[in-house]
Ligand binder design. Structure first.
Ligand code: GLY
Length: 328
């Protein structure tokens, strides 16, 4: 049996998925690219994040550290007022406050995180300072803001006019429901493997639009929104955080890779776990994962059609469609 056939057979499963080879071939279009063992490499959730992967590549291609690459990459959508899911320009909570969550991990297993942070444009950099300058992993709310200001970050208004208008429009009905593939972007999660095979990850978001004040999602939770282990690989999540939190999705992906799974198989397992455990919720909710292993191979998968991702490898910055679990 050739390698391609073996891979297809390996990834087929029944249940909620349409389990035919032709279906599968459609949604995992390029096995060779999934298997490329070429360093460096960076992967990010969502197609519009090509500038973020380019910023990461700038660091990686010069022999830089994966940690610096993912921080540089995550800062791009954080500063982009057009990106309504991350940082400046992010959609506010139901009371009109932009509250941000982010986390970062390095090749030594060090981790830093901020959640429910307001008024700071670059939560990913604050998370890195938490990791490098405090004895803690996570700072929250007022404490995270106080620390950021002490560290010289500027206090800013992050609510743009268009985000305010979207909030005003939402208030007319105040419907509290997630939107699948909102504008085909959402939380950015990134994983990078540098030329020295060091791995790092970052995840940053403004969270679910019009969420309850104080709500924190998966993105700042180490093991949920993102997890890396330098012996194995790394993973990051996007989509409805409540589903990722309940399954510690990124940790699950890395543990599957530790058990020998290909990154593609590992992300499928995490999505399938969510679908099995929370079958009544997945119809109306999207979750997607991206992953890279220590060999530089990658995977991406989501509950619903429409999740795409960016892979920068071999000098090419490519937007690719992820495989998905549910038909329709
Ligand atoms: N995945 C982002 C969030 O749910 O907040």
């Amino acid at each position: 049996m050739n390698t391609r056939r073996k891979f297809l057979q390996h990834t087929l499963w029944g249940g909620l998925a349409a389990g035919s080879a032709s279906f599968w071939e459609r949604i995992v279009p390029n096995i060779d690219l999934l298997n490329a063992d070429v360093l460096p490499v960076v992967i990010a959730t969502w197609g519009p994040n090509t500038k973020a992967t380019a910023a990461a590549w700038e660091v990686l291609s010069k022999g830089g550290r994966a940690l610096d690459a993912v921080e540089a990459g995550a800062r791009v959508p954080e500063a982009d007022p057009e990106d309504s899911s991350v940082g400046y320009g992010g959609l506010p909570d139901r009371d009109g406050n932009v509250t941000l969550d982010a986390c970062i991990m390095d090749e030594f297993g060090n981790a830093g995180s901020v959640n429910f942070l307001q008024h700071i444009m670059h939560p990913i950099s604050v998370a890195r300072r938490v990791m490098e300058k405090t004895p803690h992993v996570m700072l929250s709310g007022e404490g995270a803001l106080q620390f950021a200001l002490q560290e010289g970050f500027k206090k800013e208004n992050l609510l743009t006019d268009s985000a305010r208008q979207a909030w005003e429009a939402w208030k007319v009905k105040s419907e509290y429901k997630p939107v699948i593939n909102i504008e085909r972007h959402d939380t950015i999660g990134m994983v990078a493997l540098d030329k020295q095979r060091r791995i790092a990850g970052a995840c940053t978001t403004s969270g679910l639009a019009f969420k309850m004040h104080g709500r924190v999602g998966d993105s700042p939770i180490i093991g949920a929104g993102m997890f890396v282990d330098n012996e194995v690989g790394g993973a990051a999540a996007t989509g409805l955080g409540e589903l990722v939190l309940r399954t510690l999705g990124s940790f699950l992906v890395v543990e599957e890779m530790r058990r020998g799974a290909h990154p593609q198989k590992a992300v499928e397992t995490a999505v399938k776990r969510i679908a099995r455990k929370h079958a009544s919720l997945v119809k109306d909710a999207q979750v997607g994962f991206v992953a890279i292993d220590k060999k530089g191979r990658h995977g991406a998968f989501s509950i619903h059609k429409g999740f795409n991702y960016v892979l920068y490898q071999q000098g090419e910055n490519k937007v690719m469609e992820a495989g998905h679990l549910l038909r329709g």
